[in-house]
Design a protein. Structure first.
Length: 180
């Protein structure tokens, strides 16, 4: 079984009430036997208040941590995939990279190319992060960077308040990964 991303919104007086409504709706339309790839698979939520500046800072930090690793691969000797992967895991925080041990096998040129490809992906992601971002854009970036709060398909759904100034009739955006 795999996982898929989902994004949905619902209204309610509170995030929890809207979450229940979104789950009930997903269960109605997709079933509730498990593996729907929707919010129906979630049993809790986590409120997220990140903005574009915070996301950009996280992606920038990952880029800054990955650049010296790329340089050491270019200038260094033999590449040992397991040790290099452990170093990347240790030094690059806040962003889940699309670099597995298998990407770090092969010649130095292949490894350097894989790291450059990941740096390019992160740079493009950083360019999406602006001071004023729509909630859907924030959710998309959080999914793409593998934010630890929402990346587990059995963990909580991310939740962003779409109407923070309202006291009643609030709307919330729910997103994350779900088993399918």
């Amino acid at each position: 079984m795999g996982a898929d991303t989902f994004t949905t919104s619902a209204k309610g007086r509170t995030a929890e009430e809207a979450f229940r409504a979104a789950r009930e709706d997903a269960c109605h339309w997709h079933g509730h036997g498990g593996y729907t790839g929707t919010i129906a698979e979630k049993d809790r939520l986590v409120l997220i208040s990140d903005d574009g500046r915070a996301l950009r800072a996280r992606v920038d930090a990952a880029i800054q941590a990955l650049r010296p690793i790329a340089r050491s691969v270019r200038e260094g000797g033999k590449v040992e995939p397991e040790r290099l992967h452990a170093r990347i895991e240790r030094e690059v925080r806040g962003v889940e990279l699309d670099l597995g041990v298998w990407d770090l096998e092969g010649s130095k040129a292949d490894v350097a190319k894989a790291i450059r490809r990941e740096l390019k992906r992160l740079t493009e992601l950083r360019n999406q992060c602006r001071a004023r971002m729509k909630p859907g854009q924030i959710a998309d970036v959080l999914i793409q960077i593998g934010d630890r709060r929402i990346r587990d398909k059995w963990g909580p759904a991310g939740c962003i308040d779409l109407t923070p100034r309202k006291k009643r009739d609030k709307e919330f955006l729910f997103f994350g990964w779900a088993s399918c």
